[in-house]
Every structure is written in structure tokens, then in C-alpha cells.
Write a protein that binds this ligand. Structure first.
Ligand code: TLP
Length: 347
């Protein structure tokens, strides 16, 4: 059996989700008549302490809509240099919103006002104005790192003083919440919009939510339709999303324990480098260049031993823990890494 550590997107819906999907009450959601979608949107808004929410097929669409809602063509979006919106969304912020990214490199994916402030521009004879600031929490490619609430709040306060909105890519904000031991509503209290995914660690087969003010969400609903995201009897999907939202957040810390176990084990393998202290949530990114193999070569060797994962670049590999991988399977993955590293040593 393959142990799939490529992403938390690979989770399969639970039997309870499948039951709920089977029994879901539905209607046409483009007319806002799907009772299950409506319930999911109301619950998401309630849990985040915001006015309204919008069910979208993917996190990418949620981020794309949020950026469009907040900006005008020809503006800049300040984000971390390794952010998902910049590197993994096919330049949607330029394609759909007509904006350019203003990327800020960070050590660990955590932006701060000190780093952002010099990059904030007013409209000038040469400059595009800053239309939006984006925070990714937890931060995928920085290894699941979490931006503390005080930093989120500080960025929001300073941005708002200058009339700049803040969007959070909270694809994994429930992981950030489990790590901080604080409710998502506190983490996102000051951001103007937050996108979170039901289809990652929360285990739903499909779907993400955009949450914010009534005005932003009403506008966002029209952009969702423009993007082809008006989904009709989407209640069959939203039913699984409701279970994901209500029942799955509490178990995310199990994934974090498994990620820590992986990180600590990996750190002991000669040729592999990772600082386990930096692993806060369910993403483990480690460097294999000291083994003499490139990351794609290492990944291929792991695949031959039943472990599925992906390279981040030539040197680094990403493992993501989720509810379809057990602690024993994580131990097996560690065993496979040891074997691969040792086999190179003997060449
Ligand atoms: N991330 C995926 C890949 O696209 C890399 C993964 O396997 O981690 N924001 C963040 C922070 C994400 O990690 C992702 C997906 C998204 C947005 C987009 O979500 P989807 O895949 O639903 O469009």
C-alpha cells in the first residue's frame, strides 16, 4: 500500500461525509436556494465571526476572487516571496485582477510590518499603488509556519491606517489555530477577508470558503459566477464541507504530532537537514542535498519503497501529514528515508 505524503489534499471523504452527501437537501445555488450550501456559508461566517461567506470550488478561486474584490487593475499586491498566490496559482492575480505581486522574501514565511512598510507605495508618476496585503497562514512552502496573532493584527492595523485591505490565504488556518491554541476567529479578527480550504486537512472532497463582510461576499459571488464557479445543486458537496468544518478541526493536532515525529526522525538521518523546532503544523520540508541525491532522485527512490511525496526544488522534499496517514505509516516513511540515504552512502 502506498503511503501518500504528497499533500493533505489527498484525503478521502469519511463514511459520515459520504452519508451526508447522499442525504443532502439541495437546490439551485446560483439562485441561493441550496439549503445545505446556505447552511455551510452561515456556519463559516459564524465560526469566523464575520458577516458572510461564499462557498467556492477551490482555494485558488477563493484567493482569486478576494484579490479582485479588494483591488483595481494596475495595483500591487504585497505578499511573501514564497506565497501560494504568487507561485502556485498560474498568475491569477495578474490574469484576473490585473495586479502585480510585490514579493517580500522572508526566512520563515512570516511577514511583519517592518518588512512590508518599505514596499508600500502610493500612486506616483512611476509607481503602482499598493492595493492589498496578503498573509498566508499557515505558510505552505515555508514549512507550515504560523504567523502569530499579534503580527497579523499589527499588519492589519497599520495597513488599515493607510486604507489598504488585508486578505489572509488561510487554506490551512485551522492548522494555525490548532498550533496556537486560539480560535480561527481570533486569528482572522482584523483581516478583511480570509479564504480557508475544506478539502485539505479538514478532509472534505471539494471546496473552500471565502469569508468577510457582506459587501465583499456579495461582490465575490458575482466574480465567482464570472469565473464559472456558479455550482447549482452544490449541496451534495457542501454536506461534506459541513462535517469537515464541524468535526475535523479538533483532530488536526494529531497531524502536527506526526509531522514533528517525521521531522525529528529525519534530522537524525545523515545527509538530511531540517530543524524540527521549526515544524509547527502538518508540513515538513527537508533538505536531502547532503545525501548526494537530488530531491527528485530521492523522491523516486522513496516511491520505489511505497512512499509518495514531492520535491519542492532540487534540494528539498515536502511531506504533508493528514488523517489518512497513521503514526505507524510515518515511521515506515522514516525507515524508507533511512534506507535511501544509507544506500547512497554505500555506492
Ligand atoms: N496547495 C496545494 C498545491 O497547490 C501546492 C498543496 O498541495 O499544498 N493556498 C495555499 C496555502 C495552498 O497550499 C493551496 C493548495 C491553495 C491556496 C489552493 O487551493 P486549491 O488547490 O484548492 O486551489
Amino acid at each position: 500500500m502506498i503511503i501518500d505524503l504528497r499533500s493533505d489534499t489527498v484525503t478521502k471523504p469519511t463514511p459520515e461525509m459520504r452519508q451526508a452527501m447522499f442525504a443532502a437537501e439541495v437546490g439551485d445555488d446560483v439562485y441561493q436556494e441550496d439549503p445545505t450550501v446556505n447552511r455551510l456559508e452561515e456556519r463559516a461566517a459564524q465560526i469566523f465571526g464575520k458577516e458572510a461567506a461564499l462557498y467556492v470550488p477551490t482555494g485558488t478561486m477563493g484567493n482569486t476572487i478576494a484579490i479582485k474584490v479588494h483591488t483595481h487593475h494596475g495595483e500591487e499586491v504585497v505578499c511573501d516571496a514564497r506565497s501560494h498566490i504568487l507561485n502556485y496559482e498560474l498568475a491569477m492575480l495578474s490574469w484576473f485582477a490585473g495586479c502585480v505581486p510585490r514579493a517580500i522574501p522572508t526566512e520563515d514565511g512570516v511577514l511583519s510590518w517592518d518588512r512590508i512598510q518599505p514596499e508600500v507605495r502610493p500612486l506616483g508618476p512611476h509607481w503602482a499603488p499598493t492595493g492589498l496585503i496578503e498573509i498566508e497562514n499557515s505558510h505552505n512552502m515555508a514549512g507550515g509556519t504560523v504567523t502569530p496573532i499579534e503580527i497579523v493584527n499589527d499588519i492589519c492595523d497599520k495597513a488599515h491606517e493607510r486604507g489598504i485591505p488585508v486578505h489572509m490565504d488561510g487554506a490551512r488556518v485551522f492548522n494555525a489555530s490548532a498550533c496556537l491554541g486560539r480560535p480561527v476567529a481570533e486569528i482572522t479578527a482584523k483581516v478583511d477577508t480570509v479564504m480557508f480550504c475544506l478539502s485539505k486537512g479538514l478532509g472534505a472532497p471539494v471546496g473552500s470558503m471565502l469569508v468577510g463582510t457582506r459587501e465583499a461576499i456579495d461582490k465575490g459571488r458575482l466574480y465567482r459566477k464570472r469565473l464559472g464557479g456558479g455550482m447549482r445543486q452544490a449541496g451534495v458537496l457542501a454536506a461534506a464541507g459541513l462535517i469537515a468544518l464541524e468535526q475535523m478541526p479538533h483532530r488536526l493536532s494529531d497531524d502536527h504530532v506526526n509531522a514533528k515525529l517525521l521531522a525529528e526522525g529525519l534530522a537524525k538521518i545523515p545527509g538530511i537537514s531540517i530543524d524540527p523546532a521549526k515544524v509547527q503544523t502538518n508540513i515538513v520540508i527537508y533538505d536531502v542535498s547532503g545525501t548526494g541525491l537530488t530531491a527528485p532522485e530521492f523522491v523516486k527512490q522513496l516511491r520505489g519503497r511505497g512512499i509518495n511525496c514531492g520535491p519542492v526544488n532540487d534540494a528539498k522534499i515536502r511531506f504533508v501529514t493528514h488523517f489518512d496517514v497513521s503514526t505507524d505509516q510515518c515511521k515506515a516513511a522514516l525507515g524508507a528515508c533511512e534506507e535511501v540515504a544509507a544506500a547512497v552512502g554505500k555506492r
